[in-house]
Design a protein around this ligand. Structure first.
Ligand SMILES: *[C@@H]1O[C@H](CO)[C@@H](O)[C@H](O)[C@H]1NC(C)=O
Ligand SMILES: *[C@@H]1O[C@H](CO)[C@@H](O)[C@H](O)[C@H]1NC(C)=O
Ligand SMILES: *[C@@H]1O[C@H](CO)[C@@H](O)[C@H](O)[C@H]1NC(C)=O
Ligand SMILES: *[C@@H]1O[C@H](CO)[C@@H](O)[C@H](O)[C@H]1NC(C)=O
Ligand SMILES: *[C@@H]1O[C@H](CO)[C@@H](O)[C@H](O)[C@H]1NC(C)=O
Ligand SMILES: *[C@@H]1O[C@H](CO)[C@@H](O)[C@H](O)[C@H]1NC(C)=O
Length: 932
């Protein structure tokens, strides 16, 4: 267990260690199992992470002879501590290059005899000392061997030192290296971020190390398990401030033209959690939590406008909540959070110095919406959850990312719920996370949570692991059974299993969990009230697709069934055999937290449907049924498409957000498949009829749109009502929003649109307006200093139906002075979401693939969603051929982190074609009749 987890500090002797050891056992088992499977299989590496033919075959297919040709570090050396000094230059040098210089000394211990030192180093120019790229010395009177030869291996990103004799086991050495790197604007490692404030260009040096970019900042043992203590020094210009993971100790040294800031040594930690920032940002702070220093950093203007206040308000309570939840005090002496103008991921949980996109940390009470506020809360809650789970306790290798992200994705709801108890955060978990995971995990090309370590090797593969499945599936499997501490959960699970008769295998919690984590996918459970049988089956989007990946569990699961019979909650049990009976209605998965789908016999379905029409308030019933209307179900032919559609009929009576939102998400698939066909007319007529009462409802409760609904989720549903009503053509809607937007155009300094409604109103006004509306939005976009406003406008400009405006906008995405680099791929996606923009965006990325790939491809987080975003509507044979040709034509360029997404796009398109062929006629008929 000690091997799997590194617990830096002797904290949490109570629940944390207990809980973690339970988890650790599972992971240990999963790794052991993975090893076993790899041995028994002819072709290791035959998995999701490298399922396409990449130009350079990953090293998994064979074992390279030389240790420096493998992607993984040898296990002979273990780092103990580093002294790192960095000096970023925020002005270009004589060659116009932004650079940083630095030196580092790493103390490491030899644990296995070796005459090689292999350490990561990428894109750094190393200083030559007497013909070698490093200096080696021994510690505590140990004599170090001399260096025979040193060289860099570009492919595996290593610096290799061949020694004349062996290092002694148990002895400690120091490796000293001086280096110079480029402070590029590539969002990787130590990088440069530029932004304009009051017409002045500003440069910030900042960093993003996860997953494999610390090695681009200084030479280091850059794997998560290689934890060490880091003593950091940053040299920077006077007038700027330097930040890192530790608290700053001192700054000025008299007589120096620059400042030298040193930081408290960190706790023992992984390299991917390091952070270094030099900026002229300012901060606000509080000391409410037992004198823990909590600071929020941002551009001066944003702080002056009080945009950091909300984040500061919620951070203290969220940290307090986690201290109680984990039963461990916050592990560090300070908590910094900083909003960066140019940042690739939404946020990064660097230990003690969390970095955010501005939209994820800053909240302006006047211009931001409720949705913006909720995002700030949940992202902060997510990142702070990692301060313990992930940072204090770290995954061994990237294949177990699910544990890290899954857990944080789950507890973020608890943290956010604590900070904002009136928001019903726990219900939203279903919408935000479960559906996303269902959609991806229903493919035959999905992957189990736990991959074999060898399947995840090179940086592009590691980046692929950060996909929807890792983020969303795991908490459901593991933690969503209850909200108590998970030690209670294991006990509870163990007891539940022990009380269930008829299970033939040794039914420990581990057995149960293994089936969820070691095999991909999830089951559909069918309950037949006529025969009383309950059965399960691997749920596949395309029931005819072939699952290549073998599973030792034959794709069966232990399913926690909690069900209700005629309104009475029944005891939970573990599905293997159980009977139900009678003419009463039966509803399973009652709290909708189980990671599986449910189907019934037709008679029970009609009992549920009629119940829905008479009393739709019964325990989450609408959510269940909208769950059912989910296209995934009809896809897999488990229920008929028309039965699924029938569950949406009661909606004209529904006012609540969660059922509406989930139905709308599901109907979105119909819209995507049919908005270029004659079905769309009928669909539009039906949805118009269904949304009309909701639109009227909100008009009434907001006194003719002059007030804001009081409930948190009502505010969201008002956005749905207006958005759908306008796009379906409900009378009065378009005029209403056009009036608001016009009013704004006439008085550009006074925006009359309520922040909650801005996204929808901007999008509709631009969609149904012309060049004038678009240009006004662009002008506002260029001038706003509020990130969330900029991001709304950026999305809204993609809503226009005018092709030349869309094409011009596409061109803007490749010009960083118009659209920031971090926003380019998502802007292209927005355009592709628009039915008019789709063909334009598709042509655009095909024509410029190699350029886009070079600029944004390698390891970029959002890149795979570009492919899945653009191909969402693909549903014709012609489009499938285009997609395949695109893949072939660009094999030489590659797809990097989008490799898996491209495979999934091909699979999904194939499934779409089939589904449309089989369902189009009956869907048209259904909508035509239902809209009468
Ligand atoms: C942690 O749990 C122990 C008992 O297991 C308890 O004595 C202690 O007060 C708890 N600490 C916190 C911070 O809740
Ligand atoms: C690291 O820095 C500290 C403080 O300056 C110093 O005492 C120590 O010797 C340094 N360690 C190495 C290996 O250079
Ligand atoms: C590293 O060295 C190469 C070759 O001399 C040079 O082209 C490059 O600019 C250098 N990079 C930095 C950041 O100094
Ligand atoms: C932050 O908390 C203070 C004190 O409770 C409150 O007055 C202020 O409105 C809050 N700010 C935001 C943006 O929520
Ligand atoms: C999987 O199926 C095979 C062949 O039908 C059977 O021998 C094996 O016991 C099954 N394994 C499990 C875990 O059900
Ligand atoms: C609602 O407002 C519109 C203009 O925004 C106005 O034309 C209409 O008469 C108002 N309706 C009611 C019932 O006040």
């Amino acid at each position: 267990m000690g091997k799997v987890y590194y617990i830096s500090k002797n904290v949490g002797l109570g629940l944390l260690v207990l809980g973690v050891s339970a988890l650790a056992t599972i992971i240990a088992l999963s790794i052991a199992y993975d090893k076993e499977k790899a041995k028994n299989q002819g072709r290791p590496g035959d998995g999701a992470a490298d399922s396409t033919s990449m130009p350079t075959p990953p090293a998994t297919l064979f074992t390279p002879k030389e240790p420096w040709d493998r992607y993984r570090l040898p296990d002979s050396l273990v780092p103990v501590s580093y002294n790192v000094t960095l000096w970023p230059r925020l002005e270009p040098n004589a060659d116009g290059l932004y650079i940083f210089t630095g030196h580092s000394a790493v103390v490491f211990k030899c644990v296995k005899e070796t005459d090689l030192i292999i350490i990561h180093s990428n894109k750094l120019n190393l200083t030559n000392f007497h013909g070698h790229l490093a200096k080696l010395s021994g510690l505590d009177e140990v004599t170090a061997p001399t260096i025979q030869k040193s060289w860099l291996v570009v492919k595996t990103e290593f610096l290799v030192l061949q020694l004349r004799s062996r290092l002694a086991v148990g002895a400690t050495y120091v490796l000293y290296i001086e280096f110079q790197g480029e402070l590029a604007d590539d969002l990787e490692g130590f990088y440069r971020s530029e932004y304009t404030e009051d017409g002045v260009k500003k440069v910030v040096a900042t960093s993003q190390m996860q997953a494999t970019y610390a090695r681009k900042t200084f030479p280091c043992f850059d794997e998560p398990a290689m934890k060490a203590v880091f003593s950091v020094t940053i040299i920077h210009k006077r007038g700027t401030v330097a930040l890192s993971n530790g608290r700053e100790i001192d700054g000025v040294i008299d007589g120096m033209p620059v400042k030298v800031t040193t930081f408290e040594p960190t706790e023992r930690m992984s390299t991917y959690l390091l952070a270094f920032i030099v900026s002229d940002f300012v901060s606000i702070q509080s000391n409410q939590n037992n004198n823990l220093l909590i600071r929020i950093w941002a551009r001066k203007k944003a702080i002056d406008d009080r945009q950091g206040d909300y984040a500061l308000n919620v951070t203290g309570p969220i940290l307090q909540f986690y201290e109680r939840y984990y039963n461990a005090t916050y592990p560090l002496s300070k908590s910094d959070q900083i909003a960066l103008p140019d940042f690739n991921a939404g946020a990064m949980e660097n230990w003690g110095l969390v970095t955010y996109r501005e939209t994820a940390l800053l909240y302006d009470p006047i211009v931001s919406s409720t949705g913006n506020k909720e995002r700030v809360t949940t992202v902060i809650a997510h990142e702070l959850a990692h301060m313990w789970f992930g940072n204090l306790v770290t995954l061994r290798w990237w294949n177990d990312l699910w544990l890290n992200e899954g857990f944080a994705s789950y507890v973020e709801y608890l943290g956010a719920d604590y900070a904002e108890p009136t928001w019903d955060m726990k219900d939203q978990i279903i919408l935000y996370d479960m559906y996303k995971a269902f959609a991806v995990d229903a493919l035959a090309s999905s992957h189990p949570l736990s991959c074999r370590e060898e399947e995840v090797n090179d940086p592009a593969q590691i980046s692929e692991m950060f996909n929807t499945i890792s983020y969303n599936k795991s908490y459901l499997n593991t933690f969503a059974f209850d909200n108590t501490e998970y030690t209670d959960l294991w006990d509870h699970l163990q007891k539940a299993v022990e009380n269930t008769p008829g299970i033939h295998i040794p039914h420990t919690v581990h057995d149960i969990m293994n089936r969820w984590t070691l095999q991909m996918g999830f089951p559909v459970v069918t309950i037949d009230t006529r025969t009383g049988s309950i059965s399960q089956k691997h749920f596949l989007l395309d029931p005819d697709s072939v699952v290549d990946r073998p599973s030792q569990f034959n794709y069966t699961w232990f399913v926690p069934i909690k069900w209700m019979k005629t309104g009475v909650e029944q005891q939970q049990y573990w599905l293997l055999q159980k009977t139900v009976s009678g003419q009463d209605w039966v509803l399973a998965n009652t709290n909708v937290s189980g990671y599986f789908r449910v189907n019934y016999d037709l008679e029970n379905w009609s009992r549920l449907l009629s119940l829905l029409n008479t009393n739709h308030k019964v325990s989450h019933l609408p959510i269940h049924l909208s769950n059912v209307s989910d296209t995934l179900h009809c896809f897999s032919k488990i229920i008929s498409t028309t039965l699924a559609l029938t569950t949406t009929k009661y909606l004209s009576k529904e006012k609540d957000y969660i059922p509406w939102e989930s139905v709308l998400r599901n109907l979105n698939y119909y819209i995507l498949m049919f908005d270029r066909t004659e079905v769309y007319g009928a669909l539009q007529a039906y949805l118009k009829k269904q949304i009309q009462p909701l639109f009227e409802h909100f008009r009434t409760i907001t006194a003719n749109w002059t007030r804001v609904p009081s409930g948190h989720t009502d505010q969201y549903n008002q956005i749905n009502a207006i958005g759908i009503a306008c796009s379906m053509g409900v009378r009065g809607c378009r005029e209403l929003i056009r009036g608001w937007y016009r009013q704004w155009m006439e008085t550009p300094n006074h925006n009359p649109i309520h922040p909650n409604l801005k996204s929808t109103v901007y999008c509709s006004a631009i969609a149904f307006g012309g060049t004038e509306e678009w240009d006004f939005a662009w002008m506002k976009f260029k001038n706003t200093t509020v990130a969330s406003e900029a991001s709304r406008l950026r999305a809204a400009m993609a809503c226009t139906k005018t092709p030349w405006l869309l094409n011009r906008y596409l061109e803007y995405t490749l010009d960083p002075t118009k659209i920031r680099k971090q926003d380019a791929t998502s802007t292209i996606q927005y355009i592709a979401q628009n039915v008019v923009g789709l063909p334009l965006a598709w042509n655009f990325i095909r024509a410029r693939w190699s350029y886009i790939f070079q600029q944004y491809g390698k390891g970029s987080f959002s890149f795979s969603s570009l492919i899945s975003g653009i191909t969402k509507r693909f549903s014709t044979e012609f489009e499938l051929q285009e997609l395949k040709k695109f893949k072939e034509d660009n094999l030489h360029v590659g797809f990097g982190s989008a490799t898996l997404a491209l495979e999934q796009a091909i699979e999904k398109t194939t499934a779409n074609i089939k589904w449309v062929t089989e369902n189009k006629a009956q869907v048209l008929k259904w909508f035509t009749e239902a809209s009468k």
